[in-house]
Design a protein around this ligand. Sequence first.
Ligand code: HPA
Ligand code: ZN
Length: 319
Amino acid sequence: MPVPKAELHLHIEGTLEPELAFALAARNGVTLPYADTEALREAYRFSDLQSFLDLYYGLMAVLRTAEDFTELADAYLARAGEQGVRHAEIFFDPQAHTARGVPFGVVVEGLCAALDRAEERYGISTRLIMCFLRDESAESAMATLEAAKPYLGRITGVGLDSAEVGHPPAKFREVYEEAARLGLRRVAHAGEEGPAAYVREALDVLGVERIDHGLRCLEDPELVERLARERVPLTLCPLSNVRLRAIDAIGDHPLRTMLAAGLVATVNSDDPAYFGGYVEDNFDAVRDALGLGEEELRTLARNSFLAAFLEDDEELRGR
Ligand code: HPA
Ligand code: ZN
C-alpha cells in the first residue's frame, strides 16, 4: 500500500498520456505530427526544459472542450488515488489554452467537473492553482488574472512556470501583488534551471509560500539556512530533474542533503506522462537510488500535508 500523501507539484497538462492524446485528436479532428503513441513516446527524449516545453505545448492542441479537460483530470485523479494521493493541488496553464482560442471558463469548468467528484470517487481532496507563463509578458499574466475573476471561488492560488532562465520572478511583481489582494495563495517555480537568486526573488518580491523545484538553492548556503529556518516548503520532482537533465542520474539527486539541511522537502511528479512516473514512482525511485528508510519516507509524506494549502481541520483528519 502506498503511503498516504499530498501531491503539490503537478501540471494537469503534463498528465496527458499518449493514448488519451490520440483519442482526443481523433475526436477533435486534430492531426498530430506523430504516427502513433509509440512514435510520440519516442519523442520524449529531452535535453533541457525548453525541449520538453516545445513538445508539451504542441500536444495541448488536442485539448479543446470542457469534456476533454474533465477526462484529462479524471484520468490523473484515478491514477493518483492508486498511488496513495489523498490531496492534490493541481496546476494548470490558462494562457496555453486561451492563446489557442479555448476560453478560460471552458478550462476551469472542465477541470472542476472532475475535481468535484474526486473526493467521492477516489478519496482525494483537491485545489486548483493557475500558473502564469513566465516567458509571456507581465501584461498577459495580468489579463489572465483578470479573466480568472469570475472563477476565483474555484482557484486557490497562483504559480509561475514555463521557461525560467531570463524570466526572473520580479517581472511579475504587480501580478502577484494583485493576486495577494484577491486573497490567492502564491507559489512559483524557481531554481529549476534558474539560479538561487531567483529563489530569493520569488520569496522577497513575490511573497511566495512554497518554492516549486528550488533545486539550485543548494548553491547558496545562506539561502538554504533561510528556507529551513522559515520552513518554506520545496516541491521537488526527482524524475523530472533527471528527464530534463537538471541532474545526470537519480542517484545524484540531492534530496538526502536537503532533508539533512532541515529543508521542508516534498516529492512530486511534475508532468508524469512525460517523465516516466507518477508520484509513488518518484518515491520509489528516490527510495531505491538514495537508500531512504521508513523514517525519511514518512517525513516526506508528512511534509506534503504540512506544505499543503489545507485548512487545519482537514490536516487534523490525517490526510
Ligand atoms: N518547469 C517549468 N514549467 C513547466 C514545467 C516545469 O518542470 N512543467 C510544466 N511546465
Ligand atoms: Zn513544474
